[in-house]
Design a protein around this ligand. Structure first.
Ligand SMILES: [Zn+2]
Length: 480
């Protein structure tokens, strides 16, 4: 019997507000432990939460960007559980009436197809603190850092519309791109600002039965999400094939061992004894606010990608890579504005600019060359003043020089030889030295042309205009 997987993802994303969701403590990452706390986020008796308007606005942005229905009336609830990193003993979340519901997101699949993934809900909640188990620091003791307590989160819950680990990966990538485009989340999975849990079950292929779900936690990188899902799907299928039941449980992904380990039996909603948060009034969002938020939504990755394909005649691959982040797209557009050959501009972005950015682990804002200066260099290629190879040398030099591309051409002696007479002499010389090859060419073995071009390039120190060399060689081979 063949099986298929049914996967739903719950993505927690930390919102980039300056202060926490119910108090004015800072949310800055990396501060000394317990330096960003106050009686409210530590859950001291008698304190009262005050909702951060910015956090609501950010949640609205994500709701609008993913085509959700925005609730004009939503409420907060207490989710009760005991854990050392949760000093209040409960988490303030939204339960019965979330802020956003019934949205969707289109994703590009690895095979080139597209899929619409429905979003069940997006709700606001607060983050918990962090337990630190560090042998060197505290031996067998566990340390607690409450800085993260009360950092605003949105939880984005998908419908179980995903059927493979690759689809789950594509969905997560698309979601992260939108969050980062909206500038409401850093999207950094390593720092925990984006976290993903997955619900997985399997069923006989083509049926509508629902199998027993397990929940996978600790999927703290894009690669882990894919690997953990593949592992869990295989495990469940193996059980069913042996006629054994799948237990409803929560599993923790161990990236080192490449295994999912049982953590606890899966808790259901009643286990959390949800009840309405008595210290917060219901959240009312009027349509005018939603309209204002709508107007702040920038062009999103999907639209931008489509526009790049059309406006700049780029292929899918280039359009995809150039719209991964807004800063990349902006840089490319600034470059394309000054470079009439869009393909050349795209090639240079992908091959050189992004290579340097990735190697140096810097942002494009820190990239030393402005689009304007790079465009000057590309113009030299288009004007056939320099070859592509020479342009790369100039590019490397420009990264740590204030000189212009035009100046560096001469300083480095890289001006392309486009003088026809001068090159014709070199071509004749090369042909005289390679008479056998010339004969072979005339005899129909045209492949030798590449070698002959190479010889001319070598004789000119790589500075000959290759287009011209090609033409001159063909002409000479034909006439003599
Ligand atoms: Zn606080």
């Amino acid at each position: 019997m063949e099986f298929e997987a049914v996967i739903g993802l719950e993505v927690h994303s930390q919102l980039l507000t300056d202060s926490k969701i119910f108090c004015s403590c800072s949310t800055a990452y990396g501060a000394p432990p317990n330096s960003q706390t106050c009686p409210v986020c530590l859950g001291m008796p008698g304190t009262l939460p005050v909702l951060n308007r910015r956090a609501v606005e950010f949640a609205l942005k994500m709701g609008v960007a993913t085509h959700c229905q925005i609730a004009s009336f939503s409420t907060f609830a207490r989710k009760n559980y005991f854990y050392p990193d949760l000093p209040k003993g409960y988490q303030i979340s939204q339960y019965e009436l979330p802020l956003c519901r019934a949205g969707w997101l289109d994703i590009d699949l690895p095979d080139g197809k597209r899929k619409r993934v429905r979003i069940r809900r997006i709700h606001l909640e607060e983050d918990a603190g962090k337990s630190i188990h560090d042998q060197a620091l505290a031996g067998e003791q566990t340390l607690l850092d409450f800085n993260r307590c009360g950092v605003p989160l949105i939880e984005i819950v998908s419908e179980p519309d995903l059927s493979t680990p690759a689809e789950a990966h594509a969905y997560l990538v698309a979601l992260k791109q939108i969050l980062v485009y909206l500038e409401i989340c850093s999207g950094n999975m390593e720092e925990g600002s984006l976290r993903c849990d997955a619900n997985v079950s399997v069923r006989p292929l083509g049926t509508a039965v629902s199998g027993t779900k397990t929940e996978l936690k600790n999927l703290n990188s894009f690669r882990n999400v894919e690997r953990a899902l593949a592992f869990e799907i295989e495990r469940q299928i193996a059980l069913l094939k042996q006629g054994k039941p799948v237990e409803a449980e929560t599993l923790l992904w161990d990236a080192d061992a490449q295994q999912a380990r049982p953590m606890r039996s899966k808790e259901e909603a009643p286990d959390y004894r949800y009840f309405p948060e008595p210290d917060l009034v219901p959240l009312e969002v009027d349509p005018a606010w939603v309209e204002r938020v709508k107007r702040t939504i920038p062009e999103l990755p999907e639209e931008k990608k489509n526009r790049f394909r059309q406006q700049y005649k780029l292929n899918d691959y280039a359009a995809q890579l150039l719209t991964v982040r807004r800063e990349i797209a902006d840089y490319f557009e600034a470059l394309a504005k000054r470079c009439p050959d869009y393909q050349l501009a795209a090639n240079w972005m992908l091959r050189e600019v992004l290579r340097v950015v990735n190697e140096r682990k810097i942002s494009l804002q820190e990239f030393p060359l402005s689009p304007q200066r790079l465009a000057e260099l590309l113009q030299l290629i288009l004007d056939r003043v320099v070859s592509q190879t020479a342009a790369v040398t100039i590019f490397e030099e420009m990264l740590h020089s204030r000189k212009s591309a035009g100046q560096l051409v001469d300083d480095l002696g890289l001006r392309q030889i486009s003088d026809e007479q001068q090159l014709a002499a070199v071509v004749e010389e090369v042909l005289a030295r390679n008479q056998k090859l010339a004969e072979q060419y005339r005899g129909g073995k045209t492949k030798v042309l590449g070698y002959l071009i190479g010889q001319v390039m070598k004789a000119t120190g790589g500075k000959a205009d290759p287009v011209l060399v090609n033409r001159l060689l063909r002409e000479k081979l034909k006439t003599t």
